[in-house]
Design a protein around this ligand. Structure first.
Ligand code: GCW
Length: 682
C-alpha cells in the first residue's frame, strides 16, 4: 500500500545508516519491562513496534547467554533494589508525569533504564527514547531528566454529536457515537497512542457550542468506553457542559447557578459521571458568548457560574475550564477589549479548581495577533492558553502552515507584568505568580480523513502543540526537525529545505492574507478566502470593515489612546510601545493604528506600497515552497508527495487570489498605483 500518512510521526522507518543501526542494536540487546500494568504493556508494545521498524525485524534474536546490554523500563517501585540508587536524585527532580532515561553499568552489564514515578511517566520516557532513535541521536551515554511544565495538556474537539465538526476540515468527527460503547474503533487506540507520544494528557470530546445530551446516561456510557481506552495512555476525558442543561435534560425551570435545585442537579450529575469514570477530568464551558447560555441569563456572573460547577466536581478532583472568549451582543466597545474588561475585575474570585481559558490573542485566532492582554493581568487566577490547531482563519486544511512559530511567538511575548521577562510562557506555566494548576488547550484539527488532519503537513501542528504543551520554551526549529525526521526522512538534503520552508510558512500566510497587522478580513461565515469587503452582518464585529476601517485617508483600527485605547489593557511598558506609531512593531501597525496611505514605513516605502509588496512577498514565498517541495520527490513516498504537491499548488493559486482581491479592494480607498515588483491582477 501507498503511505497514506495514517501512521503520523510514528513511522519508525528502518534506519538507513548501517553503522548507527548496529550501534543501536548493540545497546539494546534485550528489552525488559518491569511491572504488569496495561500502561507498561503498551510501552512494551510501542518499543517492539518501534525497534522492529527502525532496527529491522530480526535484531532481538541474539544468543540470550551473551546479552550484555539491555533496556529496562518501569516505575520507581518496580525497579530492582540493585539499581534504584542511581535514580534518587532524578526522582526528586521529576513530577508525577516525568521520566528519567539513564545509562548505567551494573556488574559489567550495561543497562539503559527508563523510569519515573508512574507508569505513564515511563510511557512518556519510552516515547522520548524512541524519538531519539527516530532522529538518529546517540544513545550510548544518556542522562535525561524531564517533566512536563504544564499540568493540563488538552485537545479541544469542536465535535458535534452528529459527527460534524465545527471548523473541522479533515472529515467528520472520529467519535462514532452511534456504535459506541460496544464498538471500539481502532482509531481511538491509535489516537491515544499518538497523543501519548507527545505528552497530551487530556481530551475534551465535544464542541464548546455544547449539546446537553452528552450529559445523559446514554451518552455517559459511551464516554466511559472512550475513557477506558484512553486511561492507560495517561489521557483523561473532559466534556463541555451546556449551562442550560438542567433545564434541557433535567426538567428544571431554571439554570440559575445560585438556585439550590440547580446546584444539586449539577452535583448529582457530577457524582454519576464519576461513578462511571473515576478519573473524569471535568468540564469546559463556553458561557454567555456567541449566543451560548450562561449565568448572565439569570443576572449572575462568570464567577457564580464557574464556581458552582467547580464545587460539583471538586470532591472528585475535577476541574472547570471556563472560557474567556466573550464579546457582548450590543457592545459599542472595541471587541478586542471585552474579555479583559469582563474578566480582570474577577481576579482572585474563582475557586482553586477553575482555570480560565484565554485565546492566544484578543480577537479570534487570526494569522497574527498581539498576545491577549489578560495574560499577566490576573495574577491571582490560573489562566490557561487556548490555541487553534485547526486553521479556521489560515486556509483550513488546504494551506500548509506550520503553526508552531505562531504558538512560539505568543509564548515568548513579554507581558512586562512583573518587569522585563514576564513572558506569556511564564504566566501559563505558573512560574510568574506561583500557580499550581496550569494548562494549554489546542482546538483539534483531527478528523476521519485517513491522514487524520486532511493534509499530512498539518500533522506537524498537532505534534508541535503537544510538544509545546509539554515544554512551552521549546523552539519551533527543533520541533520541526523532530517532526520531519520522524515523519519523513533523516536525510539532510531533505530535512534542511523542508525545515526552512516550514519555518517561513506562517509568515508567508500572514503576508498574503493579513500583512502589517490587518486582521479578520476573511470571507463571511466560513472564513476561507479573502473578504475585506464583508459588511453584511447586523453584528458589527462580524464584518471585515469593522476591523480594517479603510477610508480615503488610511487603513487600520485605532486602538491607541486616541482611539479605543485597547493599548491601555497592557502593562505600561507594552502599552507605550504599541501606542506610539514609531515604536509599534510594524507587524502590529494596523492592529493598533489607523495609518495614512502615504505613511513612511521603516523601509522607506509608503504604507500602500509596503502593503502591496508584503502581499507579493507572501505569494513569492509560496511559489518558493512549491518549488522546494517539487525538488524533493525522491525522498518521499509517492502518495504523500503528490498530495502535498497538489495542496501547495492550490495554496499558490489562492495566495494570488488573496493578493489580488485585497489589493483591488484597498486600492478603491488608497487610489494609488501598484508599485513595481507587484504583479498586476489579471
Ligand atoms: O472562532 C470563533 C468561531 C466559532 C467558535 C468560536 C469559539 C466554537 O468562528 O466557530 O465556536 O470562535 O471559539 O467559541
Amino acid at each position: 500500500y501507498a503511505n497514506d500518512g495514517y501512521k503520523l510521526w510514528l513511522q519508525y522507518r528502518l534506519i538507513g545508516d548501517e553503522a548507527l543501526r548496529q550501534s543501536y542494536q548493540s545497546n539494546i540487546q534485550e528489552v525488559v519491562p518491569l511491572g504488569d500494568s496495561k500502561t507498561i504493556e503498551i510501552a512494551l508494545h510501542e518499543l517492539q513496534v518501534g525497534l522492529k521498524g527502525m532496527l529491522g525485524p530480526g535484531y532481538l534474536s541474539v544468543d540470550r547467554e551473551s546479552i550484555k546490554n539491555s533496556l529496562v523500563f518501569g516505575r520507581k517501585e518496580n525497579l530492582p533494589q540493585t539499581i534504584i540508587g542511581f535514580f534518587d536524585k532524578g526522582y526528586h527532580q521529576i513530577n508525577e508525569e516525568g521520566f528519567i532515561i539513564r545509562s548505567i553499568t551494573v556488574k559489567g552489564k550495561k543497562q539503559l533504564v527508563i523510569t519515573g514515578k508512574t507508569d505513564v511517566g515511563v510511557l512518556y520516557g519510552v516515547h522520548h527514547f524512541l524519538r531519539l532513535l527516530q532522529t538518529n541521536q546517540a544513545i550510548g551515554e544518556l542522562n535525561i531528566v524531564e517533566s512536563p511544565k504544564l499540568k493540563v495538556r488538552v485537545l479541544n474537539h469542536w465535535d458535534n454529536l452528529d459527527r460534524t465538526v465545527e471548523r473541522g476540515y479533515s472529515g467528520g468527527s472520529i467519535w462514532d457515537w452511534h456504535r459506541l460503547p460496544d464498538y471500539i474503533d481502532q482509531r481511538y487506540i491509535d489516537y491515544a497512542r499518538a497523543n501519548a507520544s507527545i505528552g497530551i494528557n487530556g481530551t475534551v470530546l465535544t464542541n464548546v457550542n455544547a449539546n446537553a445530551l452528552i450529559l445523559t446516561p446514554q451518552y455517559i456510557e459511551k464516554v466511559k468506553a472512550l475513557a477506558d481506552v484512553f486511561r492507560p495512555y495517561g489521557i483523561r476525558v473532559y466534556l463541555t457542559a451546556r449551562f442550560s442543561a438542567p433545564m434541557e435534560i433535567g426538567g428544571l425551570k431554571t439554570a440559575d447557578p445560585l438556585d439550590a435545585g440547580v446546584i444539586s442537579w449539577w452535583k448529582g450529575k457530577a457524582a454519576r459521571i464519576y461513578a462511571e469514570i473515576p478519573d473524569f477530568g471535568g468540564f469546559l464551558v463556553k458561557a454567555n458568548s456567541e449566543g451560548q447560555p450562561g449565568p448572565q441569563n439569570y443576572g449572575r456572573n462568570h464567577v457564580d457560574g464557574a464556581n458552582m460547577l467547580a464545587d460539583a466536581v471538586a470532591p472528585f478532583g475535577g476541574i472547570i475550564m471556563w472560557r474567556a472568549f466573550v464579546y457582548a451582543e450590543n457592545s459599542s466597545d472595541d471587541r478586542a477589549k471585552e474579555a479583559y474588561s469582563e474578566f480582570v475585575p474577577y481576579d482572585g474570585q474563582f475557586k482553586d479548581n477553575v482555570l480560565v481559558q484565554v485565546k492566544n490573542g484578543p480577537i479570534d485566532f487570526q494569522p497574527r495577533e498581539p498576545f491577549h492582554p489578560m495574560f499577566g493581568a490576573m495574577p491571582k487566577t490560573p489562566l490557561m492558553i487556548e490555541f487553534q490547531i485547526t486553521q479556521e482563519y489560515l486556509g483550513c486544511s488546504t494551506h500548509s502552515v506550520f503553526l508552531s512559530t505562531l504558538f512560539e511567538e505568543v509564548l515568548e511575548s513579554d507581558t512586562y507584568r512583573k518587569g522585563k521577562g514576564s513572558t506569556v510562557a511564564k504566566v501559563i506555566d505558573g512560574s510568574l505568580s506561583n500557580k499550581k494548576l496550569t494548562g494549554m488547550a489546542g482546538v483539534s484539527n483531527i478528523g476521519t480523513d485517513r491522514n487524520w488532519t486532511g493534509n499530512v503537513f498539518l500533522q506537524a501542528n498537532w505534534y508541535s502543540f503537544g510538544r509545546l504543551a509539554w515544554n512551552p520554551y521549546m523552539k519551533s526549529a527543533d520541533i520541526a526537525d523532530e517532526w520531519i525526521r520522524a515523519t519523513f526522512s533523516n536525510d539532510k538534503a531533505f530535512v534542511q529545505p523542508v525545515k526552512a520552508f516550514m519555518l517561513q510558512s506562517r509568515e508567508a500566510t500572514v503576508n498574503y492574507m493579513t500583512p502589517l497587522g490587518l486582521h479578520h478580513i476573511m470571507a463571511a461565515g466560513h472564513h476561507y478566502g479573502p473578504g475585506p469587503w464583508v459588511d453584511i452582518f447586523e453584528r458589527a464585529e462580524w464584518n471585515s470593515v469593522y476591523f480594517h476601517k479603510a477610508d480615503t485617508l488610511g487603513v487600520g483600527f485605532d486602538r491607541s489612546t486616541t482611539g479605543s485605547n485597547a493599548v491601555g489593557q497592557y502593562a505600561p511598558e507594552v502599552a507605550r510601545m504599541f501606542n506610539d506609531i514609531n515604536t509599534c512593531p510594524e507587524e502590529y501597525l494596523l492592529w493598533f493604528h489607523h495609518v495614512p496611505w502615504n505613511y513612511r514605513l521603516k523601509n522607506g516605502q509608503s504604507l500602500w506600497n509596503g502593503m502591496a509588496l508584503k502581499y507579493q512577498e507572501g505569494v513569492d514565498t509560496v511559489a518558493a515552497m512549491v518549488k522546494t517541495w517539487s525538488s524533493l520527490e525522491g525522498y518521499v513516498d509517492s502518495q504523500r508527495f503528490n498530495e502535498m504537491k497538489m495542496l501547495l499548488d492550490i495554496q499558490y493559486k489562492e495566495a494570488k487570489w488573496w493578493r489580488d482581491s485585497c489589493l483591488l479592494y484597498f486600492q478603491r480607498f488608497s487610489k494609488m498605483e501598484l508599485p513595481e515588483g507587484v504583479e498586476k491582477p489579471t
